[in-house]
Write a protein that binds this ligand. Sequence first.
Ligand SMILES: O=C(O)C(=O)C[C@H](O)[C@@H](O)CO
Length: 259
Amino acid sequence: MPAPTNQLKAALLRGEVQSGLWLAQASATVAEIAGQSGFDWCLIDAEHGPNTLTTIRAQLQALAGTPAQPVVRVPVGEDWVLKQVLDLGVQTVVVPMVNTAEQAAQVAAAVRYPGQGVRGMGAVLSRATRYGEIVDYVSSANDEICLFVQVESAEAVRQIDAIAATPGVDGIFVGPADLSADMGFVGAPDAAPVQEAIAHVYARTKAAGKIIGTIMFDEAAFAPQVAQGVTFLGLGGDSILIARAFRALAAQAPKNDAP
Ligand SMILES: O=C(O)C(=O)C[C@H](O)[C@@H](O)CO
């Protein structure tokens, strides 16, 4: 029995738009609700969300019962972090703050077994192999890994051609907030120089034949992003949606003229 087919990767490689939700609550319940809401994928954010391996595992287990494909963003692109997260069974990972081609090559090696990388051989003990049931996992896992590296600095933009060309990097994920901040436009991702840089990254990523990803929090931005070639599209995050819904409901509270 080989590693499970990465349905999200397969759809993205067919050029299909796949939209999803950022999960930063570290809640298996929120993950389960999101996973059955119609998203193609749900990303468990361990960079900005208070996630641990235990909470990531619980959310992966919750998502397993839903149509949504699981994605994990690791806090940092270190080999040991990627090894532990992949052993939990996720096959699509996003690595933040990849600024150079050297870093891209390092994380690409970290997510694949020897022959294509340096991923440690612990899967037989882990959820990734269903605790030993998937006996051919190690020999088939590499092809089912989908690695996105985040381009979110001016240096990464300068190195986009080398980063995108890196073997084992399947997609480039633009982080608008961090990119704009690094370019000197804190809180202003719509600034013209930032948008020009993003358009350049999209063009060079497309030229390299790689998948383009990003996240938007404005529904009006979804279609324009797809028109620019984005197929791995974040539609927002659980925290902001929950907060908005609570504020909107509270605002509906009836009042009376107390006697
Ligand atoms: O820099 C960005 O933008 C991202 O990487 C996405 C954010 O981290 C995400 O949490 C939305 O703010």
